[in-house]
Each structure stands twice: as C-alpha cells, then as structure tokens.
Write a protein that binds this ligand. Structure first.
Ligand SMILES: Cc1cc2nc3c(=O)[nH]c(=O)nc-3n(C[C@H](O)[C@H](O)[C@H](O)COP(=O)(O)OP(=O)(O)OC[C@H]3O[C@@H](n4cnc5c(N)ncnc54)[C@H](O)[C@@H]3O)c2cc1C
Length: 602
C-alpha cells in the first residue's frame, strides 16, 4: 500500500482545550505543528464544559490562593494525586486564565470589572471563572481563534489508529480520513496525545461519542504506562428522564447557585452524612448553606457542594433505600430560591441559561418552577497516561499526553472546574516540552512494516464482512461495565466482568462490517471497540487490585480507606506476551513545605 506522508515537528492528537493549548505553545516554540481531530474543529468535548475553570484568582474572595487550591485538590483526590502536578496546576492556573482573557475570552464580570468566580464542589472559596454555563464554548472559541492565527495546520475528521515508533521513540501516526476512509501517515519528532476520556465504555454517560479511550489505548499499545484507571468519576447530577436524554450533564453550577438535593419525602438528605475530612468546612444548617452560595464569607458551604464521589454515593443510598424519585434518581431543586430572591426566575435564566433550555426542550420542565429529576452519570476518568509531572512526557520518549487522557493531578477524585484549568496548564507544558524534544532530538525514520501492519489491521473488519456487528458488542460492553464495574463495586462482580471482557474481546476480533470505507460508521465503531475494551480491562483490573474505597472507587467489600493503599498508585502496561500487567508503585514523598500547606489548610 502507498500512503500520503506528511512531515511535521510536533503532532497534537485532539483539538479540545488540552490539544489546542498544546498546539499553540508548540507553535510558539518555533516548530511546525499539526493538529489532528476525529470530529470538526470546535466540536471537541471541551465545548460542552459548563460550570467553569478553577483558578485561585481571588477576585471574589481574597482569602483564596494557590495554597488553598492545592490543598483542596489534594483533599479532593484523597492524597493519591501526583503532588507536583497539583502544585504546578494550582500555581499556574491563574496566569493561564488571564492569558485566555487577553486572547479574547469574555468571562462574566464582578461589579468592579474583574473575572467573576463561582462556587463549586470541594473548592473552599468561589474559584470558577465562567461564562454563564457555557464556559467550554468560550474557551474553545478563544483557543481556536488564537491557534488558527498562529498558522497551525488542522486535519479534521481524521482518526488516528496507530502510533509509529523509531527505535522506541514516538515517530508519527497512522490514521484515516473519516469521510473517505483514506489512510494518511504523519511523521514527527514528538507527539502530544490530547484525546479526552473513556465515558463511552459505560451505558449512562455525559460524554460524547468521541470518548472511546483512543489516546489511552494508543499509548498503552505503544508500550506506555497507564495509571489510576480504577478512578472513574460518576457525576452526581445527570438527567434521568426521559430515557432518550439519560446521562446528559446537569452542571454542578446549579448547586453552586443554591440548588438543593431532595429525596421523595422532600428531605434535604445531604445533611445526613458529612465526611469527617469536610466537617469543619461544611454548613451546620440550611440557612448557613444559603448564605454561603450568596457570597457571605462567614458562612460555610452547603453539603450539596461536597465532592462528587460523596454526593453520588449519597444519591445511590437514597434510591437503594426506597427514597428515590419516580425514575430512579432524586430531585435537584433550584426553583426554591424564589423564597429568597425576588427576581429568582430571571436570575436562574441568567446564571444557568443552558440548564434552563436543556430541561425545557428535552424534558418539558421549567427549572425556575419545578425540581429536576437527576441521578449519577459516568463523567470523567481520573486515570490515564502516566506522565512526567513537569514535561508531560509519557514513559515513551517523544510521546506526551495532556488533558483528560493524561493522569496524576486528580488522584482518586477530580474537583469540578479542575479539568479546564488542567487542560490549560498541562496543555501548555506538553506543547512547550514536545517542541523542545522535537528540536533537540533530530529527525525520525518511519518503518514501512509498522505502517503496513497498522493499515492491514484497520481494514480487517471488512474482510470479516459476515461477522457479528460491532454495535451489539459495544452495547453489551457498556451494559456490563455499568452493572459490574460501576459506582458500587465488589470483587465477585469485577471478576465476573473480566470473564465477560475476555469473551467480548474474542467476539470483537471477529466483528465484521459491510460496505466500503466511505462514510462508514460501522467501520468506525469496529475500530473504536478494541480501545473501549482495553480501557475497560484497565479499569476493572486496577479496581480489583485496589482493595479499599477511595474517591471515585467505592468497594462494598472494602468500604473503608486503607493506609496501605493511601501510599500507592496502580499502574498497568502491556507485558511482552501481550497481557495486561498490573503493579503497585509507591507515591513519591511529598516535600515538607507542601505537607505544611496541607496542614495549614485542613
Ligand atoms: C457536559 C460536560 C460538562 C463539563 N463541564 C466542565 C466544567 O465546567 N469544568 C471543568 O473543569 N470540566 C468540565 N467537564 C470536563 C471537561 O470538559 C473535560 O474533561 C475536558 O474538556 C477534556 O478536554 P480534553 O482537551 O482533554 O479532551 P476533548 O475536549 O474531549 O478533546 C478530545 C479531542 O481528541 C480527539 N480525538 C479523540 N480520539 C481521537 C483519535 N483517535 N484520533 C484523532 N483525534 C481524536 C477528539 O476529536 C477531540 O478533538 C465537563 C464535561 C462534560 C461532559
């Protein structure tokens, strides 16, 4: 086979916040950059982000600082985060947000004209810079404008299927144009993976069709390590009714603006269970909680703004104990604030315009008048490619990762708003170091054999035209992961899940598609499947290995945190014979000055 080959210094795979920011920085480093993405430019998942970007700008509460943000992030991640990444993130996020503003992002404003910040779960002070509830759209628009004007080449609707290597170093990628099915090869001295998450491994998810764990799986197959894969975030508030909209996100911003959670008895159940680590920071009563959402600095946050893992589990408890809503969730009520604010309906529409329209159009519910029915939805993966904290390089020379497909900063649970700031901080770093690596390490050679093998493998589903449809296998996988490796886990079910995964892998290897390569979604699905299976196996194996409950990972057979597991991360990589190898790695020792920051902010 003959393939068109294009030459660049740095390839960025993924055009969400992390990919765009990486491409901008690499291009600023004076190298030739290509940005490749599966969908159209502007459609990456980041565009869906609603609530805001967490950064200690201290515009609304001057007690905020990088130290408080760092301590909040570590506490939220239950101390298995990569502390160095959490430190860099907290220190650099404010500059990255101001830079975005300088590039044209129009944030909501304080009365004196500074960037407005809102409350979010697990953040001690109002910290999320936002644009109503459409922050991701503004972020993507701004980065895109800036990136395109820098002269970055964009290759849209292009799916990367293989990472090519030169003597163990990343050297390029093979992929295909989704419209025509034509293969193309890109050669480059460094690659940044910024492909987002894995939510499509589950049945109920807030994630778009693109979230099939491609970057995780590409890196894994190339020999890189994945870390923290057991930590999947189930966001407490997804839509649950009607069924066609199940899983669509209801932003935490609703609770930040005063929304409360109620069970079928009308009881505000979040006051019933407040974790010890948050007791001193949580309001004693409803009155104090309301004052907090209205900016009273003497008040503490309401329990609805505890971390996502905890809120999701409280909802599951209410449903399991028979106090759920008619469709198996609970109620989220923002309409109640009319008792406190004279102009409540206008206020809700102004602060949460997308939520208002989402419920009105999809569920025929007016959130200014009625409560929403909500339940947990698979939202984010804390786990991903294991990277160096400063440079974002993976364990493969020249292969970098940033954004949701990389791991470390969030530990066992991500705080809302910390993803968008992660994209900016570590996207920038990945771009900078990738450009430097490409410049410093000379040209790479491509191996025709690797390219041929990659293309042949990608075309195999056509040779098995009469084989099973990939759609059925994907649905079974999603259903199985939801049931057996979901919010509440146990050893027996997860071992059963591994058995199913083996069978699904065997079936996927025989899945076939009909027709030709042009506009063929069945083929795309057949190529997504191995990625979904790889990440599902990684989640399941790591979840079996972590015999405790921590953050997003809750085991009913080990319901408590274990000090032993608090000292390790779990890492997977592909062993020589192709199996998935799981091992425990000790967390690096935190320097005393950072320990002190945590102590001071307890
Ligand atoms: C509804 C919703 C609301 C959210 N709100 C917030 C919020 O308010 N604040 C916050 O901090 N976080 C929020 N998050 C999380 C946050 O939006 C994501 O974690 C973040 O946007 C991920 O960005 P990314 O750059 O890593 O990836 P994405 O933005 O998902 O970009 C991935 C890119 O990779 C490309 N890609 C994938 N696979 C391939 C392949 N094989 N070949 C080529 N290209 C590929 C895709 O086409 C896409 O361009 C929200 C998430 C959701 C779902």
């Amino acid at each position: 086979m003959d393939f068109e080959t294009l030459d660049y210094d740095v390839l960025v795979v993924g055009a969400g916040g992390a990919g765009l920011r990486a491409a901008i920085e690499a291009s600023a480093g004076g190298v030739k950059v290509a940005l490749l993405c599966k969908s159209l430019l502007g459609k990456a998942h980041t565009v869906m982000a609603e609530g805001g970007i967490a950064a200690a700008l201290a515009n609304v509460d001057d007690r905020d600082s990088w130290k408080v943000h760092f301590a909040d992030t570590m506490r939220g991640g239950q101390y298995v985060n990569n502390w160095r990444m959490a430190e860099l993130h907290a220190k650099e996020a404010p500059d990255r947000v101001r830079e975005l503003e300088a590039w044209g992002a129009v944030f909501d404003r304080t009365p004196d004209g500074r960037i407005l910040q809102r409350n979010f779960g697990g953040h001690r002070y109002p910290r999320l810079a936002h644009v109503g509830d459409r922050t991701g759209l503004e972020m993507i628009r701004t980065l895109q404008d800036h990136g395109v004007h820098r002269g970055i080449d964009v290759h849209m609707e292009f799916t990367v299927v293989t990472i090519l290597q030169d003597s163990g170093r990343a050297a390029g990628v093979l992929g295909y144009e989704r419209e025509r099915g034509r293969f193309k090869v890109f050669r480059a001295g460094a690659i940044v993976l910024a492909t987002g998450g894995i939510g499509r491994a589950y049945q109920i998810t807030s994630n778009s069709w693109e979230y099939t764990g491609d970057g995780h799986s590409l890196a894994y197959r190339a020999g890189a390590e994945l870390i923290d894969m057991e930590f999947v975030q189930f966001h407490p508030t997804g839509m649950i009714w009607p069924p066609s909209v199940q899983g669509i996100l209801v932003t935490e911003g609703v609770r930040g603006e005063g929304g409360i959670l109620l069970n079928s008895q009308g009881r505000r159940f979040m006051f019933d269970d407040i974790p010890e680590a948050y007791r001193t920071q949580t309001a004693d009563n409803e009155e104090e909680g309301w004052r907090y959402t209205q900016g009273d600095k003497t008040a503490r946050r309401p329990p609805e703004l505890l971390t996502r893992d905890h809120v999701a589990r409280c909802i599951v408890r209410e449903v399991k104990e028979g106090r759920g809503s008619p469709h198996g969730g609970v109620f989220l009520d923002i309409a109640w604030i009319h008792k406190r604010l004279p102009n409540a309906a206008d206020h809700i529409k102004r602060k949460l315009p997308s939520m208002y329209h989402q419920f009105k159009q999809l569920a025929d519910i007016d959130i200014t008048k009625e409560p929403m029915e909500i339940g947990p939805t698979t939202h984010y993966v804390m786990g991903g490619v294991r990277v160096d904290s400063d440079s974002q390089m993976s364990t493969i020379p020249g292969l970098f990762a940033a954004g949701e497909c990389a791991a470390g900063i969030n530990g066992a649970n991500r705080l809302g708003g910390n993803s968008l700031s992660d994209l900016l901080v570590f996207g920038k770093r990945a771009g900078e170091y990738a450009a430097r690596f490409a410049r410093d390490n000379g040209r790479v050679k491509l191996d025709d054999g690797q390219v041929e093998r990659g293309a042949k493998q990608a075309l195999e589903p056509f040779e098995r035209g009469a084989g099973e449809s990939p759609y059925g296998i994907q649905h079974e996988l999603q259903d199985m992961m939801q049931r057996l490796v979901g919010i509440v886990r146990n050893e027996g079910e997860m071992v059963e899940a591994l058995g199913h995964l083996e069978k699904l892998k065997a079936r996927a290897a025989h899945a076939g598609v009909q027709g030709n390569r042009e506009y063929n979604p069945g083929w795309h699905t057949a190529l997504d499947l191995p990625n979904l299976l790889t990440v599902s196996e990684a989640v399941t194996k790591c979840a079996i290995e972590r015999k405790e409950s921590r953050g997003g990972h809750f085991r009913e057979d080990y319901p408590d945190k274990s000090p032993e597991f608090g000292k390790i991360n779990i890492v997977v990589r592909q062993a020589a014979e192709g199996s998935m190898e799981v091992r425990r790695v000790p967390l690096p020792e935190m320097p005393p000055e950072l320990k002190q920051v945590i102590e001071e902010n307890k």
